[in-house]
Design a protein around this ligand. Structure first.
Ligand code: HEM
Length: 501
């Protein structure tokens, strides 16, 4: 078949598919009596794809001003429902949580059968529940987190040694990359009891680089996600690329898991206390919990994938906001010194108190790094505020616009951590004004670890260092624009020179 024939064939198939889904959609409204949520008029075939642009959190925010807090868009042959206010989010999570608890799985994530194994992509069912239970009761339990505290302390000390070295030679630090190295090492020690990343690594094939490339693929818009009939063609080659990176990463995990199995068999122990690999191998031998070796590999993979970029991007934003607002930086530093004194070198997990927490909360409000949550999918029709959200609709929560709502936040554009000292709002999934980790069933299971990492790393970076922007720019000139990808990142990486205080 030549390209023209393929094109004509695909056009016919897609048009037919679109007609069927549209017709089905209309039939639904007639059958139930409730219309779908309002939204911009969809063009034939492509729907509203071009309305999204390359900053969908901004363009959907603008559309919500016209169409309201619950809108519906067509992206190719898929239906997308967008929630843009915390009140509508609260209604969904408190009344319909189960009905939209499934995932719309991007085509690139279907490699290595991950859509049927990974906690991130599995629908709510027995296997997903099992993995969530293991995460809650074993991996992220207070006991496990307290027992591994010394490992995180070592990694934070490595970070401080690196930053201290840079301060001596006035070497600029790429804050996001540095935070990513620390986060990866904290995760790899939590999981394998080893460091997997190095500061200033030049190798292009190292672990950090592979995780990054995979994130890049995850953040690239994919035609096959808008036109499911294209899925088996992989028109942009994204599934192939993601398959390649997953294979390489899995090989690294396999090497560590096999070494641990061998060490356990021969009675040797590679780590002083039980890390996650040990815990999971123990569970693997416990028939009641039934966890296969494949489940273990994919679970570890999920933790690295979901935990690295989210944490390091949040840290980069927090540092950028504090450098951009020097008075807030001095205030945060002096509050820390009031709490822990001047003698310590780093900040401990026991030093996490309200002022530092307010800085992290305000960072999440302005820069939710997972700006739409991980897309949910409706498993049944849902009637909300007089509208019918159809089964299979992708459900997105625009956290970015919720953080800008002037009815909830005074001076929403300003970085004012103090607001959180007064309003009592937290990000544990109960206060819908601030849900950077989600809420309900699919809420982030890594929150207890992320909470500790974010505060300890940020606190340590500002406690004994002042930061000057590279190139002699003044704080007001720092570019604070964002870039949409797998996570919401800074458009220009933050590079700053640490100065010991
Ligand atoms: C700043 C740090 C983090 C943020 C902002 C964050 C945010 C999120 C969000 C928004 C979701 C999706 C919730 C939903 O769909 O409703 C999620 C899911 C998830 N997160 Fe996190 N996360 C962070 C750190 C971590 C860490 C450190 C880990 C583990 C080491 C982790 C593991 C996961 C996993 C496995 C899921 C999938 C859960 C499921 O689908 O059932 N996250 N996270």
């Amino acid at each position: 078949m030549d390209y023209t024939t393929i094109f004509i064939f695909l056009s016919i198939v897609i048009s037919f598919y679109t007609f069927i889904t549209k017709f089905g959609h209309r039939k639904l409204a007639v059958a139930t009596g409730s219309p779908p949520p309002p939204g911009p008029y969809p063009f034939p075939l492509i729907g509203n794809i071009f309305e999204l642009g390359d900053q969908p959190h901004h363009s959907l925010a603008a559309l919500s001003k016209t169409y309201g807090p619950l809108m519906s868009l067509k992206l190719g042959s898929t239906t997308m429902t967008v929630v843009s206010s915390h009140i509508t989010a609260q209604e969904l999570f408190s009344k319909h949580d189960m009905s939209f608890s499934s995932r719309s799985v991007p085509q690139a994530a279907t490699t290595h059968n991950r859509d049927n194994i990974s906690m991130i992509w599995l629908p709510v069912g027995d296997q997903w529940r099992r993995l969530r239970r293991i995460s809650k009761e074993h991996l992220f339990s207070i006991r496990q987190l307290d027992a591994s505290q010394h490992l995180r302390k070592n990694n934070v000390q490595e970070l401080l040694d690196y930053v201290h070295g840079c301060s001596k030679t006035r070497k600029p630090v790429n804050v996001g990359q540095t935070a990513a190295t620390t986060t990866l090492n904290i995760l790899s020690n939590f999981i394998f009891s080893i460091d997997l990343a190095q500061y200033d690594a030049v190798s292009s094939q190292d672990f950090k680089d592979l995780v990054w490339r995979l994130m890049e693929v995850g953040g690239t818009p994919n035609l096959a996600d808008f036109f499911p009939v294209l899925r088996s063609f992989d028109p942009q080659g994204l599934r192939k690329r993601s398959g390649l990176y997953v294979t390489k990463l899995m090989a690294i995990f396999e090497q560590h898991i096999s070494a641990r199995i061998e060490a356990r068999r021969s009675g040797g122990c590679l780590s002083s206390s039980k890390d996650l690999t040990d815990l999971l191998l123990d569970i693997n031998q416990n028939e009641e919990l039934s966890l296969s070796m494949d489940d273990i590999r994919h679970l570890l993979f999920d933790l690295f994938l979901a935990g690295t970029d989210t944490t390091s991007s949040t840290l980069e934003w927090a540092m950028a906001e504090l450098i951009h607002n020097p008075k807030k930086m001095s205030k945060a530093r002096s509050e820390l010194k009031e709490i822990i004194g001047n003698e310590n070198e780093s900040v401990d997990e026991s030093d996490i108190k309200a002022p530092l927490q307010a800085v992290i909360k305000e960072t999440f409000r302005l820069h939710p790094v997972v700006p739409f949550l991980v897309p949910h999918k409706a498993i049944t029709d849902m009637e909300i505020q007089g509208y019918m959200v159809p089964k299979d609709s992708h459900v997105l929560f625009n956290l970015w616009v919720m953080g800008q709502d002037p009815d909830v936040w005074s001076n929403p554009q300003r970085f004012e951590p103090e607001r959180f000292l007064e309003n009592g709002i937290d990000y544990k999934g109960q206060d819908f004004e601030l849900i950077p980790f989600g809420a309900g069933r699919r809420m982030c299971p890594g929150l207890p670890l992320a909470h500790r990492l974010l505060h300890v790393i940020l606190g340590s970076l500002i406690y004994k260092f002042e930061w000057k922007i590279e190139g002699g720019l003044s704080p007001q000139d720092l570019d604070m624009t964002d870039k949409f990808g797998f996570t919401l990142q800074k458009n220009f990486p933050l590079v700053a020179i640490p100065v010991k205080v």
